[in-house]
Design a protein around this ligand. Structure first.
Ligand code: ADP
Length: 292
């Protein structure tokens, strides 16, 4: 039972034995092998959630971990483009296979299933969450040490369903320094806390800009709020990513794995160290063996 059980299972993601109607968690594909699952969330769109997800995956892979990204942002899928992956995913009688980037990152995204990657996805919430859940249940993810889930922005129906259905080891919250965004991000944090998913860290994206002439840090969107939010909610790790043209260019040209300065490399180490203290949550058969 959750530590602070409200006895209201509809607003709780805890997979406890006393859950009404049984577990909501979905099993991954029987041939999948996924050790850690981390969701990347934001209170609203456009703050750099996909950028954060891509940089974390690139950092994890560069450090020798088998890494995967599940692009759950169905209506704004940008992960394959950032990694330069434009092929279509293939499947057979066993399931669907993720596409793999040049650096070895496995990924699944709506864009890898569409005939034309520019086609818009104009679906209602239930269809969207059903499709994302299939990325979890029908895709064969092999030997994955770290899977990052690029969540849809906000606290609506789709992220809620995903929180309840996918066993998550933790979440990373992405924000920008604007006050309003700080307030919106608190909603995302509160949702994660209600679902009993640990918040591993907060990334303040577009935190500052370094003046190319004098090297001074300019706070374009106002003073940093990340430390205050982390303190308020007891979040262990904080990273501040500047506005950097190299990131935009790398993302636009599909070369996110080649960025010279991956600002989230140390942050990833902090997250991995924090996770190493806890047993994995994902419940595939192979994971059970690993835990035993
Ligand atoms: P979200 O997933 O939150 O909607 P994205 O990650 O897609 O946001 O980022 C929105 C746009 O801003 C993209 O074009 C991305 O390349 C760019 N961007 C994100 N973070 C940075 C950054 N730190 N520096 C420069 N450009 C960035």
């Amino acid at each position: 039972m959750a530590e602070n059980c409200s006895h209201d299972c509809s607003s709780c993601g805890e997979d406890c034995p006393s859950r009404e109607g049984g577990s909501l968690k979905k099993q991954p594909h029987a041939m999948s092998d996924i050790r850690r699952v981390i969701a990347v969330v934001s209170g609203k769109g456009g703050v750099g959630k996909s950028m954060t997800c891509a940089l974390l995956a690139a950092a994890a892979q560069a450090k020798g971990n088998v890494t995967a990204v599940m692009d759950a942002d169905i209506t704004g899928p940008s992960i394959p483009k950032m990694f330069g992956v434009h092929e279509r995913a293939r499947g057979d009688e066993f399931g669907i296979y993720p596409c793999v980037s040049e650096g070895g990152v496995q990924m699944m995204s709506m864009n890898l299933l569409l005939e034309n990657e520019d086609d818009p996805v104009v679906w209602r919430g239930a269809l969207i969450s059903g499709t994302v859940l299939q990325f979890w249940t029908d895709v064969i993810w092999q030997g994955v040490d770290f899977m990052f889930v690029d969540m849809p922005p906000g606290t609506g129906d789709v992220p809620l369903t995903l929180f309840q259905s996918i066993p998550l080891d933790g979440i990373i919250v992405v924000t920008t320094p604007q006050d309003l965004v700080g307030m919106i991000v608190s909603k995302a944090i509160n949702m994660a806390q209600m679902m009993n998913v640990p918040i591993l860290g907060i990334v303040e994206n577009m935190s500052y800009l370094t003046c190319p002439d004098c090297g001074r840090k300019i706070s374009v969107f106002g003073e940093s709020v990340a430390d205050a939010i982390a303190l308020e909610h007891g979040i262990p790790a904080v990273a501040k990513v500047p506005i950097d043209r190299e990131l935009t260019l790398a993302a636009d040209s599909g070369k996110i794995e080649e960025v010279e300065r991956n600002y989230l490399a140390d942050f990833f180490d902090e997250i991995a160290a924090e996770l190493a203290k806890k047993a994995p949550v994902a419940s595939g058969e192979k994971n059970k063996e690993k835990q035993d």
